[in-house]
Design a protein around this ligand. Structure first.
Ligand code: AR6
Length: 181
């Protein structure tokens, strides 16, 4: 049975997700899966061309010919990253909050966690999906992130631990607040 003491299975740290020694890091990608700016750019830069190569193969499969839809997730190897795998998910673009953004963001977390569980990955690190270029307000995004991870871990043995990686002080404080609730 999974440990029900979630406080021992959820961690928060501030820094660069590309440097995390975990089973998988989550990439806030775009539908093309072919790279971009923000954390996506950082992951491909640090991980090298093997990740992009695998993303291209995924795009060549009939399921993803039109790209990866928002809310879904796929897994590749981690290339030169210290993390063994990358789980690529596409967050919603913030458009005022009444266009399904909260449900799509929750799906990103759930589907990433599901992939990690299917692959029996022990540790998974998340950036603040959608909270950069895609403009999702950070307080609301942190709330959804913490809620979905707690729900999932309460019912699953894998991943054993989840790390929220905050890039800046303000994001770290938001996660601290949510995790203390
Ligand atoms: N480590 C941890 N967090 C980071 C890092 C890093 N190295 N770099 C940025 N962040 P963003 P999105 C934080 O813009 O909003 C790309 O072009 C950042 O402070 O990377 O989902 C994709 O290709 C923010 O809180 O992702 C898409 O086109 C969070 O990561 C688009 O951006 C997410 O910011 C996706 O936009």
């Amino acid at each position: 049975m999974p440990s029900t003491d979630l406080s021992t299975r959820i961690m928060l740290l501030q820094g660069d997700i590309t440097r995390q020694h975990v089973s998988a890091i989550v990439n806030a990608a775009n539908s093309s899966l072919l790279g971009g700016g923000g954390v996506d750019g950082a992951i491909h830069r640090a991980g090298g061309p093997a990740i992009l190569e695998e993303c291209r193969l995924i795009r060549a499969s009939p399921d993803y010919r039109n790209g990866l839809p928002a809310g879904q997730a796929v897994i590749t190897a981690g290339g030169k990253l210290p993390a063994a795998h990358v789980i690529h998910t596409v967050g919603p673009v913030w458009n005022g909050g009444h266009h399904g953004e909260p449900a799509l963001l929750a799906s990103c977390y759930r589907n990433s966690l599901r992939l990690a569980a299917e692959h029996r990955l022990t540790s998974l690190a998340f950036p603040g999906i959608s909270t950069g270029i895609y403009g999702y307000p950070k307080p609301e995004a942190a709330k959804i992130a913490v809620r979905e991870v707690r729900r999932f871990l309460a019912e699953h043995e894998y991943p054993e631990t989840v790390v929220f990686v905050a890039f800046d002080d303000a994001s770290r404080r938001l996660y601290e607040q949510e995790l203390s609730r």
